[in-house]
Design a binder for this molecule. Sequence first.
Ligand code: EPZ
Length: 423
Amino acid sequence: MDKITIIGGNELHGKITISGAKNSALKLQAASLLTSQPMVLTNMPELADTRFMVELLEQLGVTVYWPKGSGRMQTHVAEIRSTIAPYDLVRKMRATFNVLGPLLAREGHATVSLPGGCAIGARPVDLHLKAFEAMGADIVIEGGYVKAAALRGLRGAHIVFPFVSVGATEHAMLAATLAQGETILENAAREPEIVDVANCLIAMGAKIEGAGTSTIHIQGVTSLNGTTYNVIPDRIEAGTFACCVAATGGEVLLDKMIPDSINALLGVLRQAGVGVERGDNWVKISRDKNVALKAVDIDTQPHPGFPTDLQAQFMGLMTTAEGTSIFRENIFENRFMHAPELRRLGADIIVRGNEAVVRGVKALKGAQVMATDLRASVSLVIAGLMAEGETTIGRVYHLDRGFENLEAKLTNCGANISRSAGD
Ligand code: EPZ
């Protein structure tokens, strides 16, 4: 298994171009099942997760042409060959579950493995299934599989989500584009990725209003056309690099991104004493590393609140801030797995339930640590970049799921970070 070695202490200077958003790309890949015409997705991030999704799409009968390094994925599925998403593929990556809605909407039936829990929490899919039932689908769970059928087609429904779910909002929206009549989604998630998926579906001929607000109206159509669509920039990648620069000191321009998509992070970075300048599609982060950061508290919330996907990175940063910061994780029940690893580098963190108390220490010292999930592992990179001496991170396949060219992007800005084959 590969490992990453970092020699900490280097400031970061330069420019980083932000890649396409993983969590949008995955849902757009699922959306390509909704049309029998060719689709082109540009600014596609080359990640383990988007490649897993290709494996599944191919199994369902989609022809995929995605030359390495092109960022341009072409798909075409004149006829769906299979409506079964097997356990082996769904267990590797939960977002593959999102093919259920498009298959059900287009073919009237689908059998998709339940994704099961994952490292950050139980992550049930009950809201997804309730939405499809409200749209007229019969759902049976058997042998770990969801068997869904709507043989006379899905019909529009008024769905009020009991709490905000990104996945359930997107999934219901995908299916509702081909349902008969109007679907209203209330208490919908408002993440930028939802708006991106809606914009792509609209370009495909779907009738959707209100994406990005808590009420979305979808008027079903009988078919969707193919289109060429550019995936939005990854706000979590942008926020992660912002934390890297805030941690090491220096000045880096984060280019080709949407500054508003990380407003919550930029606000707390400013409170901590980090320099933030912004333009139309860039943010410049600067910090004098001789001036200590101030501790700031974090409460994760659905968008536009502070994203759970940046909680671990901000915790990495706060380990050497002046004072105590309290982190409250309100989205997932087990998302502090980075805390014990950060402690190995000398951080002072106590976890109690969904709360972590981080008391800033003068400096971190390099150590051997282990990645546990995608965002947790990149918080260890941040800690390693500011620690004295050498940090090695094992199980880096977690990083490859969601960060495109991470080491190259950091090396270009002066970081001492490299990958090698591990034991
Ligand atoms: C998406 O997960 C993202 N994944 C996550 O990013 C992100 O952390 C999360 O949204 C929150 O922003 C993708 O887009 C692929 P939810 P999702 O449904 O859709 C509970 C990353 O690192 N819930 O908004 O699964 C759920 O357990 C990943 O890139 C139910 O109880 O998140 C959680 O506690 C990690 N029943 C809460 O709701 C359901 O049917 C919010 O989850 C659905 C969700």
